[in-house]
Write a protein that binds this ligand. Structure first.
Ligand code: KIV
Length: 266
């Protein structure tokens, strides 16, 4: 077991101490993130964009996710490893079980699935079988073709009400964590209050229980030059990657990141 477990994260939420998460795809960065005190390493399917150069996360396979999860595991000692089920890896309950098993056997301590209420049944089955689940809500990049782009979600009252209700239902189904991406700050704050499980935000304001960023984004690395509003370049003013990672941890813990300028309104 790593030093950081779900119980640690739960008690950080109860104490009101912010949880730090970064994406991580290899052993060297896993070690560097451990040294900086990052509590959760997300082996995100964003690797399809930042490592593989695709224009979305859709081409990523479960085998690739398992490969990078195993790389992260080898460099990690302290952090909890969360791995993404990629596009269509949870299309059926049977696929969800088989693909989650692959990620857990590769070294994940928890899996992340994108969606809304329809995830409830698979979350319940996974939790019953010993797999903790994080439900990724709001902007779910695997559904970019349905959403019509990478847009803020939950801006109108109907969508907001639905997201609040779904968050509560997914907690009741057994989700151990929620991740809210590109959600108005006020709505993210309400959801974080409404559930007992930790809520991690990206582009969701600073009232969630923790924050996550894509590693390459926060190190100021970009192929396209287009940087989302919620990203801060932590390399600015730092002389090493290690200090940038530490600055991220310090700013999340001190609630100075994200600032108002990194969030969205309804
Ligand atoms: O894949 C990923 O990196 C993610 C983050 C954007 C939260 O899911």
């Amino acid at each position: 077991m790593p030093a950081i477990t779900l119980t640690t994260l739960q008690s950080l939420k109860q104490k009101g101490e912010k949880i730090t998460m970064l994406t991580c795809y290899d052993a060297t960065f896993a070690h560097a993130c451990n040294e900086a005190g990052v509590e959760v390493l997300l082996v995100g399917d964003s690797l399809g964009m930042v490592l593989q150069g695709h224009d979305s996360t859709l081409p990523v396979t479960t085998a690739e996710m398992a490969y990078h999860t195993a790389c992260v595991k080898r460099g990690n000692s302290d952090a909890l490893i969360l791995a993404d089920l990629p596009f269509m890896a949870n299309a059926t309950l049977e696929q969800t079980m088989t693909n989650s098993a692959m990620l857990m056997q590769a070294g994940a301590h928890m899996v992340k699935v994108e969606g809304q209420l329809w995830l409830a049944e698979s979350i319940r089955l996974l939790a019953e079988r010993g797999v903790p689940v994080c439900a990724h809500m709001g902007l779910t990049p695997q559904a970019v073709n349905i959403l019509g782009g990478y847009k803020v979600q939950g801006r109108n009252e109907n969508q907001a009400r639905q997201m609040r209700a779904d968050a509560i239902s997914l907690e009741q189904a057994g989700a151990a964590m929620l991740l809210l991406e590109c959600v108005p700050s006020e709505l993210a704050a309400e959801i974080s209050q409404a559930v007992k499980i930790p809520v991690i935000g990206i582009g969701a304001g600073n009232a969630t229980d923790g924050q996550v960023l894509v590693l390459h984004d926060m190190l100021g690395l970009s192929i396209t030059g287009r940087v989302p509003k919620f990203v801060k370049n932590f390399m600015l003013g730092q002389d090493s990657i290690q200090s940038a990672l530490k600055a991220y941890v310090n700013e999340v813990k001190a609630t100075t990141f994200p600032g108002i300028e990194h969030g969205f309104s309804a």
